[in-house]
Design a protein around this ligand. Sequence first.
Ligand SMILES: [Zn+2]
Length: 358
Amino acid sequence: MAILYSLVRTGIAATIGIAGMLTAGAVSADSQPAKVLFGTRALPADTNPQSVGFYTGGCIGGAVAIPVDGPHWQVMRLSRNRRWGHPDLIALIEDLSRKAKADGWNGLMVGDISQPRGGPMLTGHMSHQVGLDADLWFMPMPDRRLSYQQREEMSAISVLKEGSVHVDDRRWTSAHTSLLRHAAGYDKVQRVLVHPGVKKKLCDTVRGDRTWLAKIRPVYGHHYHFHIRLHCPGDSPNCRSQNAVPAADGCDETLQWWFDTALRPKKPDPSAKPKEKREITLANLPNACTRILKAGAVEETEAEYSMAASAFRAPPIELPAVSATAILASKPIEAGNISGRKAGPEITVPVPTPRPER
Ligand SMILES: [Zn+2]
């Protein structure tokens, strides 16, 4: 059965603030870091939906926003303006929220998806650039609607035991497993990224059909949230696919490697040189991304859509103008959870993450 969508109002303030982000002097716009150019766009390009490039280097035209509230979801960290994605992804998150609810998960707390035109971000994330990646918190939404401020302040909760790389059995529930099984069950989902401890928990406990475990891929971080990634959609010929996941369930020595090697604390290497950080500019992205960046914006009133069938009325939340300053000040979702762990924009996961999410 086809799902019908209807346009609803967004309330997105279309003004943007990039004060302080421009380099002094006569610098052409195109030589600015791409994260500044893409990170401060308030609305998507008025094009057909199209994901361009790779998850870690690309952009999206014709993105749509998931509404800040739905019957079974709430979007967090609204100041970042990262609730945009390919229409297939937004539809899938909405569908997943219904399945989650039916399985005893109170509803999704939706983290970062993509910026209105995708591209590199001012903070966090190597990927999430083509509107096909979404972060969902490892905690069900509360029974009440959170205010704008609560969505900025509230911290996610790790599913790991404090100071451990293994899941805390007091926090892990069968609803966690069901949610990941549903997420991996969509044909459109290419992979689901979780902490190795989470993967191990599934390997140790899932009975019956285990084929879906193949799509559950261990990576650093990802114990406060998990990450779903879609295949390149049919409407996006310039979207570059990622290698297929191996067919096996992955509960083997490749998983053990994480515990034996990757997650072991490493002694700092005194002779290691600090990595030079290369600023990504427009020239480093596919050419189509320059066109998408410069294209006219969709009307504010047409930028968001949701299912007509379950029109949901929540108390409206007024969203502020998109501002680089606010994005840079936005709290990491892990802030303030684990005692003794420093919170701040530089500390987003308890292990080093030199590895891009591939
Ligand atoms: Zn992610």
